[in-house]
Write a protein that binds this ligand. Structure first.
Ligand code: DC
Length: 643
């Protein structure tokens, strides 16, 4: 599993245009139907993701040929036409729910024993109602006892079709599966959907793709569909960008007061998830449709909504992330069935909002979200791409949001994080710098802030100390700038969190003696030493992709474009007392005298003297606890990312 990924907050509103990758749902329907069609089809806008590659591999397994340029989103497919799909054969769906369900129905129209399988997560998802429907049509479907899940072995000898009924309130994927298999049945199929129907836009999408490939489908209003027997006919088909994926970028603009234009998505979209934009409009966003694109501008203040999301349920985690920043509560209803998606998206979304400090509660068919202050945390993602993407969006406005197992987005959008980063006008990583005199509390506060934000600390004083210690150990004259400069170049100083290593040896303790403290000011005034260490400090920050750096010239010289600059001070008596805790050989009066001397040397030296950056926030730590200061810093960062 990949390391948690820190999301960079947006520090000023962006204005961006983007074409998100093709719709997963349409890609998988078009791939399947093209694979069953007579002739050669060319699909454009094909989504490159784990789920669509699973479908492409599966149609190849049953005899279609696929020539795909995944980067360009183009696939040329020669379908099997009226040829039979003959077992013994195994069709592998991996993690893809649509692939598993659609292929099960298609397998039932074949001959012989055809196994449909998936990975462990997909094996845990239900297929019972679909299997029952296929059995009622004359197929024999073996599933592991009791669970009615994959792997399933279908024994069939073609299906004659006729009539079938299916509960409409479980998963529209079952009905879509029967619809797409229906033309291959000798008499076609009349599908009756009983009970309340979920996700009808997905059925409309299925019918639209089938019709594009020549199928005859009639809708019987409120009841179901009648599909005529026949063979799909190959065609050239352009797949729309994915509306569920679009939701993350619309949400990103909505919560940061930014503007986003999404190309290729219009009000004529086949995808129900476009409804999500309307909910963001109710929350205060402004939406404009321009022919072939949609544009959204976020408001300065979001208001909560009461939304029945049954027809666009894939965007529930996205709306939850937006709701966290609204000024009033949000209720999400009508989506009890999303407990059976890649993860239980009701329980998971609520748990992660709570982890972030939000008052969220589950209901039977949704959740209630009461917005409030958020805190930095590592968000769990349950191997669910939509959880990872939705909470990444939340991280754009909550500094210190980290996403566990970030690579799970590959299921539908492997380049998601790159697209998210491209929204920022300024690609600078999150850099917090803390300067100030010795004993002002920099290192304690730096560690606490780093902990809260999921960053590492760069203690630059330790680097100067390491040079001073090494010079003393080698009897080098501290006043010989060239000699000490040469030494600095040759030293390998490593800061691995709590320890300091010099050329691989642990020097954490030895650089803290009074002797080193006395010598370090001389070393730190050496321009050659500063030059070498400054470069090392910048490389460290670039390699870590952000961090908390503490020292004397972090804000003024080394990181002049830091996200947030803090200058810490404290009364000298307090600073001397704090030194007691760090020093191995402590004497109060000597400590005060030493601090006065070092303040003088550090702030009057010719190169990079200790000074406040003009844009630094000054914090006096004399009478403040570490927690109070960390809270202040986190809220300062929060102010930077508010619209
Ligand atoms: O933070 P500290 O006391 O460990 O720092 C040791 C010395 O290093 C301090 O006297 C000043 C110097 N220093 C510096 O000149 N520039 C920095 N960025 C950090 C420390």
């Amino acid at each position: 599993m990949s390391r948690p990924r820190l999301i960079r907050p947006v520090t000023s509103p962006f204005d961006a245009s983007l074409r998100v990758p093709g719709s997963k749902s349409i890609t998988n329907r078009a791939l399947l139907v093209a694979g069953l069609a007579e002739g050669t089809s060319t699909l454009t806008g094909v989504l490159d993701a784990d789920d669509t590659r699973a479908m492409a591999a599966a149609i190849e397994s049953f005899g279609a040929t696929v020539d795909a340029d995944w980067d360009a989103g183009v696939a040329t497919i020669v379908g099997i036409g009226s040829a039979a799909i003959a077992g013994p054969l195994t069709l592998q769906a991996n993690q893809s729910g649509t692939t598993g369900r659609f292929l099960l129905a298609i397998a039932a129209t074949g001959t012989g024993a055809i196994t449909v399988d998936g990975d462990e997560q997909l094996r845990g998802r239900p297929i019972g109602d679909l299997a029952d429907a296929l059995v009622s049509l004359g197929a024999r479907v073996e599933t592991p006892s009791a669970t009615q899940s994959l792997p399933a072995v279908v024994h069939a000898d073609g299906l004659s079709g006729g009539e079938v009924s299916l509960p409409g309130n479980i998963s529209s994927q079952f009905a879509s599966a029967l619809l797409m298999a229906a033309p291959r049945m000798a008499e076609g199929l009349s599908i009756r959907l009983t009970g309340e129907l979920v996700s009808t836009p997905y059925l409309d999408m299925t019918v639209a793709v089938m019709r594009a490939f020549g199928a005859e489908v009639q809708e019987v209003s409120g009841q179901g569909f009648v599909v005529a027997p026949g063979t799909y006919v190959a065609c050239d088909y352009a797949i729309e960008p994915d509306a569920s994926t679009a939701s993350y970028f619309l949400a990103a603009a909505a919560i940061t007061g930014s503007t986003i234009r999404l190309e290729g998505l219009s009000s004529a979209s086949l995808q129900g998830d476009m409804e999500f934009a309307e909910v963001l409009a109710q929350m205060g966003s402004t939406i404009r449709h321009h022919g072939d694109s949609i544009e959204l501008t976020g408001p300065s203040r979001l208001i909560g909504v009461d939304a029945d999301m049954r027809d666009f349920s894939d965007t529930v985690p996205t709306l939850a992330a937006v709701a966290a920043f609204a000024s009033t509560p949000t209720t999400i209803r009508g989506v009890g069935f999303i407990r059976h998606k890649e993860s239980d998206r009701i329980a998971g979304t609520v748990a992660e909002l709570q982890r972030l400090g939000i008052d969220a509660t589950e209901t039977d068919d949704g959740m209630v979200i009461v917005p409030g202050p958020l805190q930095p945390t590592v968000v769990q993602t349950y191997d669910d791409h939509r959880m990872a993407m939705a909470f990444s969006v939340l991280g754009l406005r909550n500094p210190g949001t980290r996403i566990a197992d970030p690579d799970c987005v590959a299921k539908t959008f492997p380049k998601f994080y790159r697209a998210l980063d491209e929204l920022h006008p300024d690609l600078a990583p999150l850099v917090v710098v803390i300067d100030g005199p010795a004993g002002a509390g920099k290192s304690t506060v730096a560690k606490a802030i780093a902990e809260r934000l999921g960053l590492l600390v760069l203690d630059t004083g330790a680097m100067y100390r390491a040079v001073a210690h090494s010079a003393i150990a080698r009897d080098i004259d501290l006043g010989d700038w060239d000699a000490v400069g040469d030494l600095t170049k040759d030293l390998r100083i490593e800061l691995d969190g709590s320890r300091v290593l010099i050329d691989g040896a642990d020097a954490t303790q030895v650089i803290r003696t009074a002797e080193v403290s006395k010598a370090v000011s001389i070393v730190a005034a050496n321009p050659r030493v500063r030059d070498v260490l400054k470069n090392q400090q910048r490389s460290w920050m670039a390699a870590q992709d952000g961090g908390v750096a503490e020292g004397r010239d972090m804000g003024t010289v080394v990181f002049p474009r830091a996200t947030l600059k803090i200058f810490m001070t404290a009364a000298i008596e307090e600073r001397a007392k704090r030194r007691a805790a760090e020093s191995l050989d402590f004497d109060y009066d000597a400590a005060v005298a030493d601090l006065r001397r070092r303040d003088e040397v550090d702030s009057t030296r010719a190169v990079d003297p200790l000074a406040e950056a003009h844009d630094a926030v000054v914090i006096d730590s004399t009478n403040q606890s570490v927690e109070e200061i960390v809270d202040l810093v986190v809220s300062l960062l929060g102010d930077l990312v508010r619209p």
